[in-house]
Ligand binder design. Structure first.
Ligand code: GLV
Ligand code: MN
Ligand code: MN
Length: 418
C-alpha cells in the first residue's frame, strides 16, 4: 500500500508557531482562550497558510475557519478534518493544535503530490472548543451542528462577567447571526479529527495510534454556597455558617459519587473554587464550585449530576448554609460509526500499526459534528497522560505518524464513500 508520508519538519514548524502564541504574562504553557483576539490571530495563521496553497478559505458566522480543496468527482459532499486552536488557561501546546497542524500538513501533502480526490476536502479550525472560559465546550462546532444558537450566547459568562455574545462581538463576530454557520448535512460526507489522547492508555500499552469508539459526555454545574462571613476568633464553632467548610464537604461528596476506574466510568471533578472574602481571619461567607461530570453512559452521567445536587443541598442544609446551582452545560456521550473507524484503523495498518480502539474521556468537536455527518477520531499518545497543563507533551514522531495515518484515512474514505 502506498501512502503519503507527513513531513516532520513542517509539522514541528507549525506546532512551534502556535506554541509561541500565548497571552503575555499569563504564566507557563499556552493561554489562548476562546473568542479572544489571540485565538483569532491563530485562526489567521491557519487561513494564511491554506490560502498560500491556493485553497478557498472562509470564516463562518461562528468564527470557525474553513479551507476547501476542490474534489474531482463533481458535486459531491465534503470530507473534513481539523480541530481547535483555543486552549485552557496555562494549557499545553498540543491539545487541538495537533489536529489543526495535521490538517494543514495533509492539505500540503495533497497539493504537493497533486493528489486527486473525488470529494472536496475541507480543513477546519473550530472556534471556542474549550469549556474553560464559558463553561460550555465546543461552541463553534456546536453552532455548526445546530446545538447552540443565538439565544444561548448572552447567558454564558466568563469569570469576569463577560458574556459569550459580548466576547464574540469584541472579536468581530455577530452573535445574533451565528445560525448562518449551521452545516447542511447534505454538504458533508464525513469528518475526522486527529487529537492527542489526553490519557495514558496508548503510552502504557506502547501503541502509537488509537482509533476512538466513543466520546464521553459532560454535565457541568456551578454550585454557589452562601454562609456568613464573620470573625474567625470571635465566632464560636457552633455559631458558624462556614461556606468554605461546606464547600470542602461538597468537594468530597463529588469525588465519592464517581464510578468506575477507567474512562468508561463516571468521572467527577471540582476543578475550580472561588471563596470569599478570602482572609485568614474571616470565616468564608461564600463559595462557588465548578463541577464537571463526565461519562460514556448518559443516564449515569446525568443521574450523578442530579445526586451531586440532591446530596449537596442536603449537606448545606445540615450545615446551615445556602445552596444554589446552575447547569452550565450538558453534552451526551456519543458512539462513533464503526464503518468510519474501520477505514481509519485500516489506514493505521497500511503504515504497519495495529491501532488500539479506545474511548475518549475528553470532549471534542468531532462529538458535535457527528450529529451532522459521520465522524471519526484518531489519537496519538500523551506523555504520562497529562493534558490541560503546560507539561502536556506528544513526541513529534508520533504526531508525524498520526498525520500520515490521517492523510491515508481521508483518502480511504474518499475512495469508499459515495
Ligand atoms: C475539552 O478539552 C475537554 O475539556 O474535554
Ligand atoms: Mn482538544
Ligand atoms: Mn482541551
Amino acid at each position: 500500500m502506498t501512502y503519503l508520508a507527513a513531513d516532520r519538519a513542517r509539522l514541528v514548524e507549525s506546532i512551534d508557531t502556535f506554541g509561541a502564541m500565548s497571552e503575555q504574562d499569563a504564566g507557563p504553557g499556552i493561554t489562548r482562550l476562546a473568542y479572544t483576539p489571540l485565538e483569532r490571530a491563530a485562526h489567521d495563521v491557519f487561513a494564511e497558510s491554506m490560502a498560500a496553497l491556493g485553497l478557498a478559505v472562509w470564516v463562518d458566522a461562528a468564527g470557525n475557519t474553513l479551507a476547501e480543496r476542490f474534489g474531482a468527482g463533481g458535486a459531491k459532499p465534503a470530507i473534513g478534518t481539523g480541530s481547535h486552536l483555543d486552549s485552557v488557561p496555562n494549557g499545553g501546546a498540543f491539545d487541538g493544535i495537533v489536529g489543526v497542524c495535521a490538517a494543514m500538513e495533509v492539505a500540503r501533502l495533497f497539493v504537493e503530490h497533486d493528489v486527486s480526490h473525488r470529494h472536496p476536502m475541507r480543513f477546519v479550525v473550530f472556534a471556542g472548543e474549550e469549556g474553560a472560559r464559558f463553561g460550555q465546550a465546543c461552541t463553534g462546532s456546536r453552532i455548526a451542528a445546530g446545538l447552540t444558537g443565538p439565544a444561548d450566547l448572552p447567558v454564558k459568562q466568563d469569570a469576569d462577567g463577560v458574556s459569550l455574545a459580548d466576547a464574540m462581538a469584541e472579536v468581530g463576530i455577530d452573535p445574533t447571526a451565528v445560525g448562518d454557520a449551521r452545516w447542511a448535512p447534505e454538504e458533508w460526507a464525513a469528518f475526522v479529527e486527529l487529537h492527542i489522547e489526553q490519557g495514558s492508555v496508548l503510552e502504557t500499552e506502547g501503541v502509537k495510534l488509537g482509533v476512538v469508539d466513543s466520546i464521553s459526555g459532560s454535565t457541568r454545574l456551578l454550585i454557589r454556597i452562601t454562609g456568613r462571613a464573620t470573625h474567625s476568633g470571635g465566632t464560636p464553632m457552633h455559631l458558624r455558617a462556614d461556606a468554605m467548610a461546606a464547600a470542602a464537604e461538597v468537594v468530597s461528596l463529588v469525588e465519592s459519587l464517581a464510578g468506575g476506574d477507567d474512562n468508561e466510568g463516571t468521572r467527577t471533578t471540582v476543578g475550580k473554587i472561588d471563596v470569599g472574602p478570602g482572609s485568614i481571619t474571616t470565616i468564608a461567607g461564600r463559595a462557588s464550585l465548578w463541577v464537571d461530570v463526565r461519562g460514556t453512559d448518559v443516564d449515569r452521567q446525568r443521574n450523578t449530576a442530579r445526586e451531586i445536587i440532591r446530596q449537596g443541598a442536603a449537606t448545606c442544609a445540615r450545615r446551615g448554609v445556602g445552596f444554589e446551582y446552575e447547569q452550565l452545560a450538558d453534552t451526551p456521550p456519543v458512539r462513533l460509526r464503526d464503518t468510519l473507524r474501520e477505514q481509519l484503523a485500516a489506514s493505521c495498518r497500511d503504515i504497519g500499526v495495529e491501532p488500539r480502539v479506545l474511548t475518549s474521556g475528553a470532549s471534542h468537536d468531532a462529538q458535535q459534528v457527528n450529529t451532522v455527518t459521520p465522524s471519526g477520531m484518531m489519537f496519538v499518545p500523551s506523555k504520562a497522560g497529562i493534558s490541560h497543563d503546560a507539561a502536556e507533551w506528544t513526541d513529534m514522531d508520533d504526531i508525524t505518524l498520526g498525520t500520515t495515518a490521517l492523510a491515508g484515512g481521508l483518502l480511504r474514505l474518499d475512495a469508499s464513500l459515495p
